[in-house]
Design a protein around this ligand. Sequence first.
Ligand SMILES: [Zn+2]
Ligand SMILES: [Zn+2]
Length: 306
Amino acid sequence: MNDLRVILFYKFVRIENPEKFVKEHLKFCKNLGLLGRVLVSEEGINGSVAGTAEKIGEYEKYLKKDQRFSDMVFKEDPVVEIPFTKMKVRLRKEIVTFGKKVDFEKKGEYILPEKLKEMYENKEEFIILDARNYYEYKVGRFKNSVHLSIKNFREFPESLKKIKNLKNKKIVTYCTGGVRCEKASSYMKENGFKNVMQLKDGIINFGKQFPDTYWEGKCFVFDKRLVSKINTNEKTISNCEICLKPSDLYRNCRNLNCDKLIIECLSCQKELNGCCSQECLLDFRKQCIQKAMKNQGRKILGAITN
Ligand SMILES: [Zn+2]
Ligand SMILES: [Zn+2]
């Protein structure tokens, strides 16, 4: 069997002429036969890439040779299947869309997984704040964590109003691999939150070192897997949105007009043909019939004109 991996990485560092960088980087990735998604901007690089252990090793070496990325941290996960279908390198305004300028000089102090674990063990008084979206929080989160009910990271700045009473508390922010916390923690400190720290390299890094401790459920990931295991025990903390039985199977509604991301157990998926509701199932069937009729029409037309 092939030894396959997914890596997650980011670095905020000035990239001059990012257009040129994008072209060269895409070419290099394609030549190596990697699949995944890399976002590039003048503010840095943020990516998730998959391939064989050997190719991933070559890729990491290539990046580290570049002085700008020499101290980059790669978070690795073994996978049985490559969870991407394409290799994309995209130019963006931001490597993680926040919509507000932040001053990284003010960013939250890094806290290592062992320190966070210790804080839990010692029952220290602190707020653990999830900087991710609500659908990510739903399938897995740190014990006792606070979330802001956001659908999108762009909503983070505005949603801080909800926790303005916590401005004087000790707060630890966390996200999947750490990139969002760089902006979130900086922004919080600039906006009156006095004592903000950020979990270094995120949930993935914590889970590697301390599985089965203070993380509950799975970790949402932005590739075909949708969730990744952190703990060795398989406890599911979320429920199917249709039948309410325990499930952490995410999928997009099969009705492309809807495309809603939902947690849907296998039996509900079967029953609703991968749709999120009876209405969507009807709509989906209508679309199938229309498509079939169109194809048939084409065939008949073809037969007449040939
Ligand atoms: Zn169900
Ligand atoms: Zn739907």
